[in-house]
Write a protein that binds this ligand. Sequence first.
Ligand code: F6P
Length: 323
Amino acid sequence: INKIGVLTSGGDAPGMNACIRAVVRTGIYYNIEMVGVMKGYQGLIDNEFIPLPSHAVSNIIQRGGTILKTARCMEFKTKEGREKAFRNLQAQGIDALIVIGGDGTFSGAEVFSREFNVPVIGIPGTIDNDLFGTDFTIGFDTANNSVIQAIDQIRDTAASHNRLFFVEVMGRDAGVIALWAGIAGGSEAILIPEKETAIESLISKLAEGAENQKSSSIVVVAEGEKSGGALKIAEEVKRRFDHYDTKVTVLGHLQRGGSPTCFDRVLASRMGYAAVKALLNNVEGKMIGMVNNRMHFTELSLAISRHSPFDEELAEIAAVLSI
Ligand code: F6P
C-alpha cells in the first residue's frame, strides 16, 4: 500500500478531526502518501480529493466538526455512483480507504469494498454510540458532556421555579446518550426507543418525587422514543399531572459540536493509528473498535448487521437512583 484515502461520512462527531490527524500522521510516519476525500462518499463521486501532508492536520485535534466535511450521500447507494467513485479512486492511484462514520457509512464501505475489491477499514465516529463491535464511538463522550452541561443549567432554573422539564436529546434509533446523560444529570426518568414508554408509571414516579419534596424533575427523552417524542409526552403529562409547571427543551445539534473531550481525542488517536497499521498488515473489510480498553476488529458485514446490545444494568441503575 502506497497511498491511502481518508473520508468522514454521515453525521459529524466531535473527535473526527483528531482521528483524521491520527490517520494522516500514522500514514506519513510509515511513508504512505495520504489523501483526503471531501464530503464523504459524495467527494469520491465528484472527484474532490485533497493532499494531506503532515501540516494539513496541525492544530485540528481540539476542533469539533470535520475538516474534510461530511454528507449523507444517496448516489453512493447506487451501482452507477459507486462505479464513478471507483474510477476516481483508481485515477488518483489510491490503494485503500479509511472511512470514519456510523452504520450508514459502513454499509456503503462494505458493498464498495466487495464490489471493487478495495481494502477498507471503518472507524466508528458517531455521537450515538450504537455500533456493534465497540464499547465506545468517537464523539459520544463529548456529546454526553454537552448534554449534562445543558441539564445542569436547566436544573438550576427548574429547581428555582419548581418546574418539570422534558429534555430531548439526540438518538433516533438508540437511547444511549439519553441513558448516560440521564444518569449523569440525575434525571428523574429516561425515555428511550428501546423501551416502551408507560405514561401511567411515569406520572406516578413524578408524583412520588413531588411527595418526596423534589423541587424539580427532569425527564430525558431520546429523539427516537416511540410514543411521539418529548413535546407530545409533555402535553400528555401536563394534562394529567399539574403539580409542576412543565417545560420542554430540545437540545438538537448543539450536541454534535464542540471541542472533543480528552477521552474522545485519545480514542480517536488510538483508532486512527490502529486503522492504518491494520491496512499495512493486510487487514481489510473490518471496523476497528475498542472492547475492554483494547483495539478490536469486527467484520464490517457483522458491524452493520446489528446494533450494540442494550445495557440493561445501566437502565436499572438509572431507575434505582432516580427515586
Ligand atoms: O447519527 C447521529 C445523529 O446526530 C443522530 O443522533 C440524529 O438523529 C441524527 O444524526 C440527525 O441527523 P441530521 O444532522 O442529518 O439531522
